[in-house]
Design a binder for this molecule. Structure first.
Ligand code: BG6
Length: 608
């Protein structure tokens, strides 16, 4: 995934300053290369290079760039290695036009050949460059930039958003075709961005842009047109109440630790974000489905694994959790109008999930979704969505959004169980009351009671380049998520798996002192005693998260037992991800790895 930010103004002459201030908030979207182009005295000035945003911004003094309009781009490399020449923005052949994109242009290579044969100078191996040549190709023919952009989009295949500008006017044009794009209307300036936080330093007056639309930015006004026919579209701005401070660290050393602590408030704001009648409509659709699929990626997928166990336990519903990139190959032919696909994506932009939605809609399946970023592509494509209300999650590794998702799935399964008459209204009310009133303080207590032990484990765990995290039933997804956190921020191969499966092969890895982390729900201790025994007798060092239990005490030393406060079979799995997040966080910092921006990965992958 990448991030673009573009602004045109009639009150700034050193546009580089605001471009840097706003684009810096997109760092989590890509930190392989960075570039800014501005127009000053009718010439395009372009500075770009490989590296993280702050490094490149300082080295190239991006904040000193002159002019009254400009485009910034932060890149997570897909097509074309991270390098200066592949960095964005890109110029057209004659350096009259400049553009930058987010997403991927699937027919990049054939277009590169075609345009080169037509005489274009395509300088890089980055698919984003093809956007500016696609526009240039028609602009050279017609001289009408708006029409040239519309025609240029006709050449491009894939999901993308791009911004383009000419050196001779005060406009900037932006296109949304499958990747995220938001617009902002300030005083004497307008802007677009891949994500909302980066618009807030300019304005809180926001307009959501939908796929198939283009935006024409002028300093005093903003116009939306449909790309297909050029027709103007009226859409009122809304005032965003998002707290920009949320996007800052607030005194924590890293966004990841801040967001681990924000799980207390996020599980509270979740219940103010979801509203009737949408909750009942969501549950009704779920209950009536012939088949229910969860579709998600990364941490969101792990949340759906826990969600599947909740639906089984609380509502006797079989929900199949499927990884986004896998769904169409596994269920694409059988999915139909009686099926429900619950898409879960904090960004609402993950391409592997969006692809499923496009296919499932052709099969008339119902698309429900759980999304954090409002106005994101998934919210537009779904029949019905529930917002997570987690606030901005900046750190690449998901924490608070994962926990909010699991909490929401617990709630929805309870409502579905009540709707089906499996749970009495009284039982359902009591379970939901636990979620709404007890969970936030239990999360707070869990963080307090497990942080020291989590931190103390770092020196021992840092000696291993691989180990396992095992879960059972409701904590299966918790084990997968804990393992992913460790992979993501510690560069250690932590493998999450079902504890009963460990003896069928992986047990061979165990030798004296080998670390095995167990995450155990309160009622499952008896079920996994033999799983504990089989590794302990072979010398493994067992680390466990779970409620205090004499059986566990027999196998787990006190320093290795990250005890979560007593709650219930259904709340405990939500709490148990927290010590695993803390183990990962403190192990990363012990290894001098920045947990917010781990190498090679990105917060949202809008490429398949
Ligand atoms: C990955 C991120 O790229 O996408 C993960 O590194 C995230 O942290 C996954 O869980 C899915 O993202 P989303 O936005 O669809 O929940």
């Amino acid at each position: 995934m990448c991030g673009i930010f573009a602004i045109t103004s009639n009150k700034r002459n050193n546009i580089g300053e605001i471009l840097v201030e706003c684009a810096e908030k997109l760092t989590y979207r890509g930190y392989d290369t960075v570039g800014i182009a501005t127009v000053y005295k009718n010439r395009i000035h372009l500075r770009k290079d490989k590296g993280k945003f702050n490094e490149v911004a300082e080295k190239l003094r991006l904040n000193e760039m002159r002019g009254s309009k400009g485009i910034a781009q932060l890149r997570w490399a897909t097509f074309g290695a991270p390098s200066k020449i592949n960095a964005q923005p890109h110029l057209d052949c004659d350096e009259d036009l400049c553009a930058a994109h987010n997403g991927n242009i699937l027919n990049f290579l054939p277009l590169r050949e075609q345009y080169t044969e037509e005489g274009h100078t395509v300088r890089s191996m980055n698919d984003g460059e093809i956007c500016v040549h696609a526009v240039e190709r028609y602009f050279d023919q017609t001289g009408d930039l708006l029409e040239a952009i519309r025609s240029g989009c006709g050449d491009l295949k894939g999901d993308y958003a791009f911004a383009v500008m000419h050196r001779d006017d005060d406009k900037i044009y932006a296109v949304k075709m499958g990747s995220s794009l938001f617009a902002g209307i300030g005083v004497g300036e307008t802007c677009v961005s891949s994500d909302l936080p980066s618009i807030l330093p300019v304005t809180r007056e926001i307009i959501n842009i939908h796929d198939g639309e283009m935006v024409i930015l002028s300093p005093q006004s903003l116009e939306i047109r449909r790309i297909a026919d050029g027709e103007p579209i009226e859409r009122k701005p809304y005032t965003s109440d998002a707290d920009i401070r949320v996007a800052q660290k607030g005194g924590y050393p890293h966004f990841m630790l801040k967001e681990i602590h924000e799980q207390v408030s996020a599980t509270r704001t979740l219940f103010s974000a979801i509203r009737e009648p949408y909750i009942s409509q969501f549950v009704e659709t779920l209950v009536k489905a012939e088949r229910v699929f969860y579709v998600a990626c990364g941490s969101s997928y792990h949340a759906t694994v826990v969600g599947s166990y909740y639906l089984n336990d609380l509502a006797n519903i079989a929900a199949i959790p499927v990884i986004g990139g896998q769904f169409n190959s596994l269920y694409g032919e059988s999915i139909g109008e009686n099926d429900v696909v619950i898409c879960v994506s904090q960004s609402g932009e993950t391409k592997d999930v969006i692809d499923v939605v496009h296919h499932a809609k052709t099969r008339k399946a119902k698309i429900l979704s759980v999304v954090n970023v409002l106005g994101s592509t998934l919210t537009h494509l779904s029949d019905l969505y529930l917002p997570m209300g987690s606030g901005f999650e900046i750190s690449v590794p998901a924490t608070k959004t994962y926990t909010s998702q699991v909490t929401l799935f617990n709630f929805l399964a309870t409502k579905a169980g009540e709707r089906k008459g499996i749970l009495t209204p009284k039982t359902a009310e009591s379970l939901i009351s636990e979620l709404k009133t007890q969970l936030p303080s239990l999360i707070d207590e869990t963080i307090s009671t497990t942080t020291l032990k989590a931190r103390a484990l770092a020196p021992y765990l840092s000696k291993y380049s691989h180990f396992y995290v095992l879960g059972h039933g409701l904590t299966h997804g918790v084990a997968l998520e804990g393992a992913l956190k460790i992979k993501e921020v510690c560069y250690i191969v932590a493998d999450g798996m079902y504890s009963s499966e460990f003896k069928h092969g992986p047990l061979s890895i165990v030798d004296e002192g080998y670390p095995i982390i167990f995450t155990i729900a309160p009622n499952d201790a008896e079920h996994i005693v033999n799983h504990l025994a089989e590794v302990e007798c072979r010398g493994a060092r067992i680390i466990a998260t779970g409620e205090d239990h004499p059986l566990l005490r027999h196998y787990v030393k006190n320093d290795d037992f990250l005890v979560v406060p007593p709650s219930s079979q259904y709340l405990s799995p939500i709490l148990q991800a927290i010590p695993l997040q803390l183990i990962a966080y403190h192990l990363a910092t012990y290894k001098n790895i920045d947990p917010d921006y781990p190498r090679n990965i990105s917060k949202t992958l809008t490429v398949r």
